[in-house]
Design a protein around this ligand. Structure first.
Ligand SMILES: N[C@@H](CCC(=O)N[C@@H](CS)C(=O)NCC(=O)O)C(=O)O
Length: 265
């Protein structure tokens, strides 16, 4: 917990798993503090909590939670039943869909994003502003080390981009099949944790404007990449994700306490 008893969310700010957590916390009106770190430093910070090496980690009065799905459920428990993202009759199906997105789609989207962007200047220009000033300054210098880390731990290499995109598009196909009968959400008429997971994790390829940090837009990208981002945005599943973000993601996101590496939401 923070000095004022607020839950603390440890993040890599650009991470779509961290976006899942921010979205659920903000939707539930939780007053929390985000502590943002650059890749690798995040490992030290996360491991100090005893909750593993990955983020998001949410530190609450009851202990540390280290999976975005757990954080979504922790936030959800604070809402009245009729507003919850997980409800008893659909819980097994919501869990199944969300787990699939977390374990497959989120990983492949991230692999695509890093494979395409690691040799551009985008990682030094986007997603770093909530970090402490000294971490922002080391990003350009640390890029060679970060590239080794991304290759080793995220299987991200320029020649992996197309394979990752094929897998991402496979999930778009499945989502489109599920929505083909005209339903508003994956489970029918009610917004669930499965919709939130799909919409948040699709940010790796759709790069929406409404997100916890500013993401590059097609005009910021090299033309050959801009084309790839525009294509999934035009697919029904891409339009579905954009609608869910527009209608269900509270906005604006938190205000940055300049260069301290933390911000309140
Ligand atoms: N299943 C986890 C995945 C979290 C995850 O992969 N986080 C990434 C950031 S995108 C991470 O911390 N990776 C660090 C590492 O493996 O070193 C969740 O849903 O929270």
């Amino acid at each position: 917990m923070s000095e004022k008893g607020r839950p603390r969310l440890l993040t890599i700010p650009i991470s779509h798993y961290c976006e899942k957590a921010r979205w659920a916390l903000e939707r539930a009106g939780i007053d929390y503090v985000e502590e943002a770190h650059v890749q690798l430093i995040h490992r030290i910070v996360a491991m100090r909590t005893g909750a593993g090496r990955k983020v998001p980690v949410l530190i609450t009065a009851e202990g540390a939670l280290n999976e975005s799905a757990q954080i979504v459920r922790w936030a959800d428990q604070r809402l009245p039943e009729e507003r919850r993202l997980v409800w008893p009759e659909a819980e097994a199906e919501i869990d199944r869909l969300e787990r699939g997105f977390d374990e497959g789609f989120g990983v492949e989207g991230r692999r695509w994003m890093y494979s395409c962007l690691m040799d551009t200047d985008i990682p030094t220009r986007f997603g770093i502003e909530p970090m402490p000033a000294w971490e922002q300054r080391i990003v350009p210098l640390a890029m060679p080390l970060l590239k080794i880390y991304l290759k080793h731990f995220m299987d991200a290499e320029p020649d992996q981009a197309s394979a990752a995109l094929v897998n991402v598009e496979g999930t778009f196909d499945e989502v489109e099949e599920q929505l083909a009968d005209g339903r508003r959400y994956l489970l029918g008429d009610r917004f669930s944790a499965a919709d939130l997971a799909f919409a948040a994790l699709s940010a790796a390829v759709l790069m929406p404007e409404r997100y916890g940090v500013r993401l590059p837009q097609p005009a910021d990208l090299p033309p050959e990449l801009a084309e790839v981002v525009v294509r999934p945005r035009e697919r029904p599943a891409g339009r579905f994700a954009a609608r869910v973000v527009a209608e269900e993601r509270p906005w604006p996101s938190g205000s940055l306490r300049a260069a301290t590496g933390s911000r309140t939401h």
